[in-house]
Design a protein around this ligand. Structure first.
Ligand SMILES: [Zn+2]
Length: 126
């Protein structure tokens, strides 16, 4: 008999196929959340990982010096949205210096989510 579990992110039931410890379904948004959680925890706990990530980012920025400048020039909606998020983030940090909220800035893994039309009271992600 196929065992099922509710995804801890979207709460939909999914089949436990290979990993009995699996907590997230295979939906893209849920997998992005799982990866993001893993990355955040690893970054917090593992100083070697943090150092490697920092070095990789430096190398990438050196190799792509104009990437963000060009991206901002060609994506004004993103730029405005990110500016608003930065303002909110700064305001929150002023209020709560040890804020544990996750960052809303797109940088390492851009999360692109498109929610299609809501039908029958359920929203579906593309
Ligand atoms: Zn899910």
């Amino acid at each position: 008999m196929e065992r099922k579990r509710a995804c801890i992110h979207c709460h939909r039931l999914f089949a436990l196929v290979r990993n009995p410890q699996q907590q997230f379904c295979s939906h893209r948004l849920c997998q992005n959340m799982r990866k993001s959680n893993w990355h955040r925890a690893k970054h917090k706990q593992d100083s070697d990982y943090r150092g490697n990530q920092s070095q990789a980012c430096k190398r990438w920025r050196k190799k792509n010096p104009n990437y963000w400048k060009q991206y901002r020039a060609t994506h004004p909606d993103y730029t405005d949205s990110n500016r608003q998020k930065q303002k909110q983030h700064k305001q929150m940090r002023r209020k709560k210096p040890l804020c544990s909220e996750t960052s809303q800035f797109a940088n390492s893994d851009a999360l692109i989510v498109k929610i299609s039309v809501i039908t029958n009271g359920y929203s579906y992600y593309k």
